[in-house]
Design a protein around this ligand. Structure first.
Ligand SMILES: NC(=O)c1ccc[n+]([C@@H]2O[C@H](COP(=O)([O-])OP(=O)(O)OC[C@H]3O[C@@H](n4cnc5c(N)ncnc54)[C@H](O)[C@@H]3O)[C@@H](O)[C@H]2O)c1
Ligand SMILES: [Zn+2]
Ligand SMILES: [Zn+2]
Length: 369
């Protein structure tokens, strides 16, 4: 079958893939559409180290093809979004509604594929840049048949990650303020999560001027072009302190309650921290190379209740959050179709990547079949 494989020699678009049958608690899904997330590009450029050969793609949706003998929640023909958390369902983390903390949900790399006859790894327990994949039952989340799969696929990473960071991790309240660094597939979903939460100022920050219109379409109230100078200073200038006293280099007042790094660069995370008002929190979503550190003056946090949080996969509970996202979409509150800037066949992967690098897309979607 066809697919995109990252090998020791680079990216190969191949016809020489196969996938094994599902085990008793597994589901085989025919992939219809897959979004290209920056994390796929990070495997290719080495930012996210991963053993080759690996079948890329982790933001996908499709139709159930075959189920194992013990599978009860889906049947052949059902439309599903694939969640990347192969969580166990029985540990303390799973039992308290935190599948992103489940030890089974990270690093459980398998080899359900063969590439040119040799075992090939799955990526993010998913691998959706191929005609069919095999996932655990808990990862196949059923959705209504009337949601276009070319839009639904984006829920599998970008939407869950962005909206979830706001609703689950930050729990932003009405009237709060935020800055969103990086107006890509994840950042746009942080922006619309903030709008849905009732944030009153949503400052989008990007290095590409054309991202202003996209950001505003999803709910941004302001835009800062990070190439124009110090982005944190520009954010603070938009939300000046209501009283000038008790300022100073470490503890300036003014700025946002929440700052989301949706880029994955240490300078950006530092900017996010520097744009916080007293009591504000920065949320690290972007994934820089392993070992990346960000210098922070601890007093700038400890004196005035500032904080730094990490957020994996929107701290999502896929079987709760995916139906919620569908409900928000159907009621017109969450934009999904508008995230799809271009749709191309698998063979045009390079074109989609080039458009992403040029900052011309919200998301690019690959179609199979
Ligand atoms: N924590 C998680 O679970 C999780 C999930 C998905 C993606 N990610 C990570 O999130 C990051 C974003 O992913 P994406 O798919 O949205 O990427 P993307 O390529 O769609 O968007 C990135 C955006 O950042 C902008 N940008 C680049 N440098 C910038 C800078 N210095 N200042 C401001 N903006 C800048 C780009 O112009 C682009 O608009 C990646 O690091 C990805 O690996 C993390
Ligand atoms: Zn992703
Ligand atoms: Zn578990």
């Amino acid at each position: 079958m066809r697919g995109i494989v990252f090998t020791a020699d680079g990216v190969e678009i191949t016809d020489d893939l196969s996938v094994r049958d599902p085990g008793p608690k597994e589901v085989k899904v025919r992939i219809v559409a897959a979004g290209v997330c920056h994390s796929d590009l990070s495997v290719i450029d080495g930012t996210i180290p991963f053993p080759p050969p690996v079948v890329l793609g982790h933001e996908g949706a499709g139709v159930v093809e075959e189920v194992g003998s013990e599978v009860r929640s889906v049947k052949p023909g059902d439309h599903v979004v694939i969640a990347t958390l192969a969580s166990c369902g029985t540990c303390r983390a799973c039992s308290t509604g935190h599948p992103t903390w489940c030890r089974h949900s990270l690093g459980n790399i398998g080899t359900p594929f063969t590439y040119k006859g040799e075992p090939a790894y799955n990526f993010a327990a998913a691998s959706v840049f191929t005609e069919s994949t095999v996932v655990t039952e808990v990862q196949a989340v059923r959705i209504p048949n009337d949601v276009p799969l070319t839009s639904a696929c984006l829920i599998g990473c970008g939407v869950l990650t962005g909206v979830g960071a706001v609703l689950n991790r930050a729990r932003v309240r009405p009237g709060e303020t935020a800055a969103v660094f990086g107006v890509g597939g994840v950042g746009l979903n942080v922006i619309q999560g903030l709008r849905i939460s009732g944030a009153t100022r949503i400052i989008a920050v990007d290095t590409v001027a054309a991202k202003e219109a996209l950001g505003r379409q999803f709910g941004a109230t302001d835009f800062v072009n990070a190439t124009d100078g110090d982005a944190a200073e520009a954010v603070r200038a938009l939300l000046p302190p209501d009283r000038e006293r008790a300022s100073g280099a470490l503890n300036p007042t003014g700025g946002v309650a929440w700052a989301f790094d949706c880029v994955g660069h240490p300078a950006v995370l530092r900017s996010a921290l520097d744009s916080l008002d007293w009591g504000g929190n920065a949320v690290a979503i972007g994934i820089p190379p392993r070992g990346t550190e960000v210098p922070v003056d601890v007093n700038s946090l400890a004196y005035v209740d500032r904080g730094l949080l990490g957020c994996r996969y929107g701290s999502a509970r896929p079987h709760h959050d995916i139906p919620l996202i569908i409900d928000l979409y159907k009621s017109g509150q969450l934009l999904l179709d508008e995230l799809v800037s271009l749709t191309r066949p698998l063979a045009a992967f390079d074109e989609v990547v080039a458009e992403m690098h040029a900052g011309r897309v919200a998301r690019g979607v690959l179609t199979l079949g």
